[in-house]
Design a binder for this molecule. Structure first.
Ligand code: F0G
Length: 350
């Protein structure tokens, strides 16, 4: 039987006898040791492959619990604003548990794969003239009057569910990592991880806490620049957010862990995506690659991570965003007929 987060971590989660069981097989994602970057930088780098979740991102960890609590409250409708992954996840769980699901997305600003997911799962999709921050404001304004449960990370059950990522890392390594790099958009996930690490530390399941680095993109770095960004801009659409809802929690996480918020350029992010794909065989989405871009940036600035254990959270699957990949990961595709000799010639010429 497939393990599930609902049962396996029940005693660490706000689940009681009235909470209906919810699962699409989320969690228990691989923690894969880097073969090439670890050697290059003389440290142990691990990738947490959150793109292996059922809807292809870490959002499913929070969504299973949020939907379970929605059902417990006997509510039948869920709503979210999204840069894409939350909408895909909400739509998946909404479909399976027969909830009316509405997703509000910034028009033209979400990756094609994520949009197709929401469509496939059958959500009601409202595409607005506005960015993510405006989408979330709208959701907050209309949810009550229409009796919708908000399933964005301002819903506390999202953060509760997502802390299972930290639990798994501790169990997979047998200890807490020294450092964790994680992309930051609306700032919920970094807060969840910190919560999870602290909970296992308090329960004496681990005996140290990691230092957290929260990575943002240059054009969408409200937590690095310490101000709201009105028109956030980055190629990493998942983290194109200028006014993170969980800013305060994320700042606390960084301060308590003695970490830092770091910003990286779009070029750094693209380079990191390529390196992870071509050196490690893992295709993650651009926002996820920001975590590795942050690590590489700090190493180039002289931070010493020698012999340390470092986890980079690869939050989503690269296949969600084929458009950007096509545009930026160009390789020369040579055309040939089906004639084996011509194919052979093409290979040798490549
Ligand atoms: N990585 C990916 C792939 C994401 O989709 C997101 C957020 C993040 C990182 C940042 O996580 O917001 O908890 O700091 N995506 C949200 C969405 C905003 O709507 O799908 P965060």
């Amino acid at each position: 039987m497939q393990k599930n987060l609902f049962n396996y971590y029940q005693k660490y989660l706000p689940i009681n006898e009235n909470t209906p069981f919810v699962s699409i097989g989320e969690g228990f994602t691989p923690l894969v040791k880097s073969e090439n970057l670890s050697d290059k930088y003389n440290c142990n780098i691990f990738f947490k492959l959150e793109g292996s979740n059922p809807s292809g991102s870490f959002k499913d960890r929070g969504m299973f619990l949020t939907v379970a609590k929605t059902l417990e409250k006997k509510k039948k409708k869920i709503i979210c604003a999204s840069t894409g992954n939350t909408s895909a996840s909400a739509a998946a769980y909404g479909a399976r548990y027969n909830l009316e699901t509405v997703v509000i997305i910034p028009k033209g600003k979400i990756a094609l794969g994520k949009l197709i997911q929401a469509m496939a799962y059958g959500a009601k999709i409202i595409s607005i003239n506005g960015n993510f921050d405006e989408s979330l404001l709208a959701v907050k304004e209309i949810s009550d009057s229409l009796d919708f449960e908000i399933v964005n990370s301002i819903n506390p059950y999202r953060l509760e569910g997502q802390k299972t990522g930290a639990f798994e890392i501790i169990e997979q390594l047998g200890f807490s990592p020294d450092f964790q790099f994680i992309p930051v958009g609306n700032a919920g996930n970094i807060s969840s991880y910190w919560k999870g690490y602290k909970q296992f530390y308090d329960s004496k399941i681990c005996n140290k806490l990691p230092v957290l680095y929260g990575i943002q993109a240059d054009g969408a770095a409200p937590l690095v620049d310490n101000k709201i960004i009105k028109n956030p801009n980055t190629i990493a659409s998942a983290i194109r957010i200028g006014n993170p809802a969980s800013a305060d929690l994320a700042k606390d996480s960084i301060n308590e862990s003695s970490g830092e918020f770091i910003k990286v350029s779009d070029d750094n992010i693209l380079d990191a995506q390529k390196i992870i794909a071509r050196k490690e065989g893992i295709f993650c989405e651009l926002a996820s690659a920001a975590s590795v871009a942050g690590l590489i940036k700090l190493i180039s600035k002289g931070y010493d991570f020698s012999n340390k254990n470092i986890v980079c959270i690869l939050t989503g699957n690269g296949l969600k965003d084929p458009e950007n990949a096509q545009q930026y990961l160009k390789s020369n595709i040579i055309k040939a007929s089906s004639d084996p000799d011509e194919i052979k010639e093409a290979i040798l010429k490549y």
